[in-house]
Design a protein around this ligand. Structure first.
Ligand SMILES: [Zn+2]
Length: 276
């Protein structure tokens, strides 16, 4: 009997081991575990978790206390996480400390130079404006873009392509491109005037005249040009131009005298023929 009584004393319904399972209790148990795990990560604060589960901030603190997670433990976890992140980003903790120092210095300089163009520079390095805002390394927005373009790897590749060696290899491609650019240049009336003025001064030199004659001789001996010219002669444009040129040619004082002589000779020849 004594044994049985001792056993009954041991069995207490209020104890955890003999409590009847409750459905709601089971659900709550799962939820509490979720909350504690989320809190352990350090990404969520107590208030954020409270909003997520529809509970107050105090309730979540109680839950965490029940599961034996104190604030200090979470702080430790957060510290470790922070160290890992900083080492990944800055390489070492010394670099991180240096960057923090510089940030503080910059903040002080900012307060001193309030309302001015930049922390270090009074105006743009290259163009010297203060109207456009500062973008990077003491340059305004347009100058910075230009600097980036000139130092870009894609442009350097293009420059290699268009180097002297490449130009000597494919001369015809360069000529076509030059012709296109020249057409674009002459499309503006300002450039056209300027080009004509330069051409006048340049064409008066004797060296240029000789060079032009030599070039013309070579040019009209080409088979492509001969074919093209043969077709052009048949056109009406050419005939009109020829007529106009003839009028001007025979109105010259030198040619008028020559024409008179020519006509006289012709007349004499005809007379002889008539005599014969
Ligand atoms: Zn600038």
């Amino acid at each position: 009997m004594e044994n049985i009584l001792n056993e009954t004393k041991k069995i207490d319904l209020r104890r955890k081991e003999y409590r009847q399972p409750n459905k709601n209790f089971r659900k709550l148990d799962i939820r509490n575990k979720e909350i504690t795990e989320l809190y352990k990560t350090g990404n969520f604060s107590l208030e954020a978790l409270g909003e997520k589960y529809g509970v107050t901030r105090e309730r979540i603190r109680q839950v965490c206390k029940k599961e034996k997670i104190s604030k200090e433990q979470v702080k430790k976890i957060m510290k470790q996480r922070f160290l890992e992140k900083t080492v990944k980003k800055y390489g070492s903790l010394e670099n991180y400390a240096k960057s923090e120092e510089q940030k503080q210095k910059n903040r002080l300089i900012k307060l001193e130079r309030k309302g001015k163009w930049n922390l270090k520079y009074d105006c743009c390095i290259e163009c010297g404006t203060t109207e456009r805002p500062h973008s990077s390394h003491g340059r305004c927005s347009t100058c910075a873009m230009r600097y980036l373009y000139h130092n870009s790897p894609r442009r350097k590749e293009l420059m290699k392509k268009c180097s002297c060696a490449w130009r000597l290899k494919n001369i015809e491609k360069v000529k076509i491109k030059q012709h296109e650019y020249f057409k674009k240049y002459l499309s503006k009336p300002e450039n056209k005037k300027r080009f004509k003025e330069v051409q006048k001064i340049y064409s008066q030199k004797p060296e240029v005249k000789l060079r032009k004659k030599e070039y013309a001789k070579k040019y009209y001996k080409r088979p492509e040009v001969i074919d093209k010219r043969r077709i052009y002669i048949k056109t009406e444009k050419y005939k009109l131009r020829r007529k106009k040129y003839a009028k001007e040619y025979w109105q010259r004082p030198e040619m008028k005298i020559r024409k008179k002589e020519y006509n006289r000779l012709k007349y004499l020849k005809r007379k002889k023929l008539l005599i014969n």
